[in-house]
Structures are given as structure tokens and as C-alpha cells.
Design a binder for this molecule. Sequence first.
Ligand code: PMP
Length: 420
Amino acid sequence: PSSGLARDVRADFPILATKLDGKPPVYLDNAATTQIPRQVLDAVHDYYSNDNSNVGRGVHTLGMRATDRFMRSRERVRAFLNAAEASEIVFTKSATESVNLVAQGFGTHAVAAGDEVLISGLEHHSNLLPWRQLCLRTGAVLQVADVDEYGEPSLDAFRAKITERTRLIAVAHVSNVQGTVNPVREIAAEAHSHGIFVVVDGAQAVAHRSVDVRDLDADFYCFSAHKMYGPHGTGVLYGKAEHFERMEPLLLGGGMTPIATYADGPVGARPPLLFEAGSPNIAGMVGTAAAMDYLDGLGRDAVGGHDAALAARAAEGLRALDGVTVYGAQAPLGGIVSFNVDGVHPHDVGSHLNTFGIATRTGVHCAVPFLDSLGIVGSVRASFGVYNTMEEAELLIDSVTTAEKGFWSMNHPDERFLKG
Ligand code: PMP
């Protein structure tokens, strides 16, 4: 049944009809970047073809049309997250920029010397380094909620590290390494009972599940459009209005305020424009809104269920192979499977898979401390999206089986010429 969705949507993605060395792409690197459907390409093309101008500046027709699309895109994101106000949505260039904006613009006010910032042990560098930097600048201390033997942080792991100095918790909604879904709603409830702010890195979540920031009660929520069938160069930061009132911008300049003097700082700038100085990536926002329409048209939970079913099959098939280690405890709900073939470098496995047209990510996944805690130098990551099929999951398993044999042959010269 899960391939049914893929059959319906594959024709929407032009890149899937191309050939790589004569083979159709088997694109299992969706956690790095998803492919873009025609509907999103068309929206961007339409914007540039019919409405292109700058926003919030001109009184001419194209300027007003561009401004209108820009504002409608923001409203679309508000609805996508079920935020209360469109002014709680700030456009950035990436999830990374969103986290940095919170760390620098808000964190420096919320955290002082001796305070603690708590993250989990599975964070992406983009939800680690900005907090380390904040601690360095303020004299705060970075604390890490431990992961268990399967690499999963629990609510109790956070509880164990909360002290009366904890001011802010930053945590991934879904792990980019192994698809673990963290209990962010429960973490937020616990945090708020201690007056602690919660920043959720939703980069790996938004393409796989409905996200309601009010239900989660996240203080801030960050993601990128390019991991949810939208364009590169566009990110989102949601923040509660009361927090945006206290947050300072990273950039200053045109677009944020109509008023400026030599003597004072910016006057009259209000969220969200306060945080969006400079000409924005309007086409990126239009494309982001179109990607949200696309995902919601299919149903985010249906898409997430599809991706999770494929990842679960891949994990099961790979676990059944001798000499293959699959990471993570549960069925990987985030649509991601991470594994290694014993004695074979992940890059070699990835290159082997590439000969079958299979794209995976290999290496450290921008999460070196987490991989250190798993005791590995890297892994192969297969991540599934809406257009992937059960046949592709099976092909992955079969191709890893031959990788095992192939590398075994190389390691045992007598067997080198065996076919298998
Ligand atoms: N957090 C997580 C969990 C991610 O997977 C990624 C992207 N790999 C990021 C943050 C950063 O996203 P971006 O590179 O789009 O800023």
C-alpha cells in the first residue's frame, strides 16, 4: 500500500524521469535535500514570469503583486505550523540561520554567565555549534542530555540534566542520523514547568508529520524548505510573539523599517520584518508555500506513514543481513535508516550503491559528537521520501547484500573474481 502513494506522485518529479548512467535515479538522500515537484517548479517559474519585482517598496503593480505573494507565503507558513499570527513567522535562508538567529538574537538575553543551555546527545551541528558559541560568549555552560544504547534521548534524560540554572533547551524534533522522533511536546511541558525556553529543530520533521507549534508549545521552531520538497535558500523561524518582542536582529538594513536616523538605531521596525533586513528571497518563499500546498494536498501524516513504512522495511531487511549493523532502537519513524557494513568504510558502501543508481548519504551527517557516542566514524544513511517505492527499499537491501559479498571478495584475494 505504501508504494501506492509513490506511484501517484512520481510523475510530479521531473528529475525522477532522468537517467544516471542509463539507470533511473533511486534517490534515497531525502534527509539531505528532497527533489522538487512540478507544482513547486511551476510556482517559482510563474512568480518570475509574471510577478517578479521587489517587495514592500514600490507602489507599482508588479511591486504590489510581488508583495502580495510574499505576504501570502508567510500566511501559508503560519497555517502550515498552526501559528497564531503570521508575524510569528520569519523567513531566513535555512534552518541553520534560524537557529543562529535565536541563539544570537534571543539567547544572549535569555542566558547569562553560570546559566545552562541543554541540548540532546544526537544534535546536528546546526543545533549544537550556535549554542556552544552562545555559551562561549555569555559564560553559560552547555549541558547534554544523554542518549541511551540505541542513540535515543528520553524525556528522563532531559529531566536528569535540568537544574535551576537551565534557561534554554534546544532539541531536534527528528534525528537526521537515524530518524529518532524525540518527545518534544513532553520535553516542552517539562521545560515550561521550570520556566525554560524550548527551541525545536524541525529540519527533519516537517516533511514527515503534521507540526502544530501551539500543540507542541515550542517557543521557537526551525526548518528549511529544501528538505520538504521546496527550494534551497529558504528557511523558516517560528517564534512566539512575546519572544520576538525581545529578540534582536542579526542583520540591519533596508526593508526592516521605513525610518532611520544617524543618531538612533532602527525605529519602528516590528517582527517579522525586523528580522528580515535586505531584499528577501521572494521566489523561495513562493516555492516554500507551494511545497506546503503540495505536502498538505497529499496529507503530511500519509506521507510520513509512507516514508516510515519504507524505512522500516529497509531497516528490517538490512538487520537480517550478516555483518550489517542498523542504528537506532525502534522502527525509524522519521523515514531514515542508518547502517554500516562491518569492516567496510561507509563511503565505499555508498560508492557501491551509487553503481546501482542509489543515492545515499555517507559520512558523519554533521553530527560528529553523536556518532562518537555510538562509537562509529560514519554511517550510510538511506532516507525516504514520498516518491520512493517498496521496490527501491528492496533494491537497497539487495545491493547492500552484494556489497557485503563484493567487499568480502576484495578482502579475500582467492575469492576476488567470484561473481555474486
Ligand atoms: N538540523 C537537522 C536535524 C538537519 O538535518 C539539518 C540539515 N541536514 C539542519 C539542521 C540544517 O539544515 P540546513 O542545512 O538546511 O540549514
